[in-house]
Design a binder for this molecule. Sequence first.
Ligand SMILES: [Mg+2]
Length: 376
Amino acid sequence: MDTSSSNVPVKRSHSESSCNEAYTTENLIQQPAALDSLPETAEVEDEMVRESVLIDVVWRGSEQYPLRIPKYATILSVKALLEELTGVDAESQKLLGLVRGQLPRDSDTLVGLGVSSGTRVRLVGTPLCDRLQPREGLSGSGLWESEMPPGPSDDAISGGLARMARSQVLSTDWQMQLQRIVEDTEIRVLNAPRAGRKLVVLDLDYTLFDCKNVSGNVTDMARPGLHEFLAAIYPVYDLIVWSQTRWHIVESKITLLGMLTHPHYKITTALDISSMLTIHALRNGREVDHQVKPLEFIWTRFPDHYCRQNTIHIDDLSRNFALNWQNGLKIRAFKRADTQPRTDTELYKLARYLLHISALPSLEALDHSQWHSYKN
Ligand SMILES: [Mg+2]
């Protein structure tokens, strides 16, 4: 098969593909949707600033966290963010200064409480690690970083399906784990799956935003082009966010980033660590245990909409693809956004790639590891 005109990387030859009839260049979108028809980044950021308040949180007398937060965020979302910043778990936090003479409820919103920019808030609470361990064991100050240990380094994996395939799953019990997760895990559907749409599963940390950006400004944490990217692919892809952390942290992140209220796209659902499972694998010559995001979980829970043939999983950690290598698309990690110029263009390039392949009846023949080689 001649793919030179489309420049879409393929995994197998035409004769080997299970989608022989469907997989022709005629089926590819000839003119991907225009990205420039979408709102400008500055426009979206201006809107976010208008819809947010700047509060100054003080902890332990001297530690200050200036936070720009959407005004419709709940107190629980604010606490979830502060949990990542300080290590004080949300349940034990007390926020003084938001409401005169009383503590706000977790369900209250900033706008509902009449909180305005410049409000000074005092956080009272002790990090869980301080309560359980000696002082030198203090940890948990990473801003919005995933809570689980990082596992084996992913840096050595630079792309290429053949190279990634060196990770070999040794576990024999993952299907039992999966069955248990499928049966026990609650899914909160935010927006119903749409008929005929493919699915993009999106990691959060270092894929869509820099969770260690210490500027305290949510807009600066977002990867350049975040909202334009999601709005561009939304007409043809449903969107599911999957992050290796607890639900209230995931919810807080996507709320504060403005991903639940954006006018040009909707998130189908967000999944947390409870939907992940641990495997034993041979990786780069070493036996390791690590967590993965099993797409079978989604396919089993949404059998009428999503399947192996119409799903792409985008993540900066390729180990998360261990059970679904072909569906995985590794994106460069977005880090140090607070000190580097905002020149990252990954999401713009990725939007073009995803739009270009979106008309294929099946994505199963593609090798997403070569997506950077695609030129529009
Ligand atoms: Mg990540």
